[in-house]
Write a protein that binds this ligand. Sequence first.
Ligand code: NDP
Length: 464
Amino acid sequence: IKQQVGVIGLAVMGKNLALNIADHGYSVSVYNRSAQKTDELLKEAQGKNLIGTYSLEEFVESLETPRKIIMMVKAGDAVDATIKNLLPLISKGDILMDGGNSYYKDTIRRSRELEEKGYHFLGTGISGGEEGARRGPAIMPGGEEEAYRMLEPVLTDISAKVDNEPCCTYIGKNGAGHFVKMVHNGIEYADMQLICEAYLIMKKVIGLTPPEFHEVFKEWNKGELNSYLIDITADIFTKQDPNTGQYLVDLILDVAGQKGTGKWTGQISLDLGVPTPTITTAVYERYLSSMKEERVNASKVLKGPENLDKKSKDFTEAVRRALYASKICSYAQGFGLMREASEQFGWDLKLGDIAKIFRGGCIIRAQFLNHIMSAYDKNHKLVNLLLEDYFKDIVGQYQMEWREVVKQAISAGIPTPAFSSALAYYDSYRSKELPMNLLQAQRDYFGAHTYQRIDMDGIYHTKW
Ligand code: NDP
């Protein structure tokens, strides 16, 4: 008797997904390039219907057909190498799912190559990190719908649930699942950057201490900002270093790491011509953070404002409002990017369903996604989230405090590029008039690029 599901790649994600699948009553075979990880998992999986295999031949042989194989190997060449090694062993009609953070263009290529040969390929985004993989992640499957339907019971069973509904839904053809996962990560970058800017403002302007930050974020988590990231942020401020007794957050080097999905989101938004300034700025700020030595040197020579205008604790409410308004703009950008990609790649993305599955399991899970879900439920053609009543009203209500917070940060010399870029996005988007009349004149002046007029039809060029 053969196993129902196979998992290849047993690092953090693959190992925990395999355990999760087994816990839901499926029989599982696992394989990892190096045997040690397989051995470790088998020790942990005692008593579960999970068997280890030590060659791809043995792995493929152990699975019932059509085979359902989930790859959780490192994104990039490892996926191609694994597919190449599997191809001589598997049969037409088998389903290969890549559950890693693959680049969506690679997924489009792999789908085409595998589907031409008669195999099914699902490029699937999975979010939730280690804990999500083990207890229930958000799952974004892309590929042929028919192939998804065959794996659907497994994926919906292992996914997170919100209101008893799985955080897993068919996203669209070929690269759609990985594209949506990438945008999820881009939004995650912006969410994190915005929270960090709120922290910096409150640290510098109010002078909050870690225990006070814990209280503030705990309070925020009870309201509109209720989300996983705010929750863990509150928690972070409680951790003390056992050796020094200091708060751990104050001992961590301010240099941010990254694995590339935020960068891709920025690159693609440029390719597709969709403004995502808040998301992209969050990526830039990680780059800037990594220039630590340069920053330390510059801090000695470049001048900032002399006096800091201190604020009382009441100012935290203005910061909270600025954070929420900025967050709305960042999601408007991310969903705008998905909307355009859907058009250009013919994916027919259901943005309301995407907001719905983001509500559980993944890193950006938040109460606030309910509003995005209902915005698209009401009007699936909504061109920008900012135009929907709930968002329009709340941003309108909070905008003066938002401006006040950005003003405070600017006059104190505190870098808050995500807050500022979100506000600039809001102000540009709501501007009937932008200064591009002058820009068009400049283009026509030096390059004869022509311009249109507001008072007459036609294309014009002037000898300036
Ligand atoms: P890693 O990305 O660190 O990848 C390690 C795994 O890939 C190991 O099993 C390794 O095998 C295997 N591998 C690497 N190169 C090859 C190769 N050439 N051929 C065969 N196997 C290879 O593991 P993670 O579990 O962190 O992530 C898996 C995927 O999920 C990645 O795409 C990642 O981006 C994505 N992801 C990760 C999240 C996380 O929180 N970690 C969250 C969401 C998605 P070996 O043991 O032999 O080296």
